[in-house]
Design a protein around this ligand. Structure first.
Ligand SMILES: [Ca+2]
Length: 223
């Protein structure tokens, strides 16, 4: 499996990312230039599956709050294009242990049952908070239903998951895997689907311990 994935990753550079099955895969497109936090709906093809409110960052933004490369959560240039999203992947305090934010996106075409797909998405831990964790993941879904009216953990097992701690705050880390479609999935969700006592921690800062993730392109194609 790993050798096939390696081959697939090599081919990503050769075929280009334009064939990604995710609409607005590089998070460059927006309906209005973002100016404030909790603005994920400004980005094209991005919605919230829970009450958690992710953020959208773009080079068009002025004022510094949700700008690129500089914003309230740190400094990061886009992996490609002009924008990225951000979300709280974990908050480790006595009162908000289960707080999570998730980003939901639609595919350009449903997955084909029985076919194998290569999935890669890019993340960077935000600079401002010195907590990094494992467990970031991607879940395929049928439809874009609102999952629950709160900010709790989505208790589902992601189809792609990163077991290593993502501590890199100065660049983008690729989270990759392969997935054989067992349904004609139309959407995906990215976030942390695990309880705090399951993921691994790397913490060197001060309380509160929070893990903020920037997320760049999501590249999916049939192998
Ligand atoms: Ca950074």
């Amino acid at each position: 499996m790993k050798s096939r994935l390696l081959i697939a990753l090599i081919f990503i550079g050769q075929i280009g990312v334009a064939q990604s099955l995710v609409l607005n895969y590089n998070l460059e497109g927006y309906s209005q230039c973002p100016q404030f936090l909790y603005n994920i709906l400004d980005a094209n093809n991005c919605t919230e599956p829970t009450e958690g409110s992710p953020d959208y960052f773009n080079v068009c933004s002025t004022g510094g709050m949700v700008g690129v490369p500089y914003n309230v959560f740190g400094a990061e240039s886009p992996h490609s294009g002009n924008g990225y999203v951000g979300f709280w992947a974990l908050i480790d305090t006595l009162r908000q242990d289960s707080y999570r934010e998730y980003v939901q996106m639609e595919l350009s075409a449903p997955l084909q049952v029985g076919k194998e797909y290569c999935v890669t998405f890019y993340v960077s831990t935000a600079d401002r908070f010195l907590l990094a964790c494992s467990g970031i993941g991607l879940l395929f879904r049928n439809g874009a239903t609102f999952m629950m009216p709160n900010t709790d953990i989505v208790q589902l097992t992601p189809d792609i998951v990163e077991d290593d701690i993502i501590a890199d705050t100065t660049g983008w880390v690729a989270v990759s895997g392969t997935f054989t479609a067992d349904s004609a999935y139309t959407h995906l969700i990215v976030g942390n689907f695990y309880d705090n006592n399951i993921v691994q921690f790397d913490f060197t800062g001060q309380y509160p311990r929070v893990w903020k993730i920037f997320m760049g392109p999501i590249i999916i194609w049939m192998m």
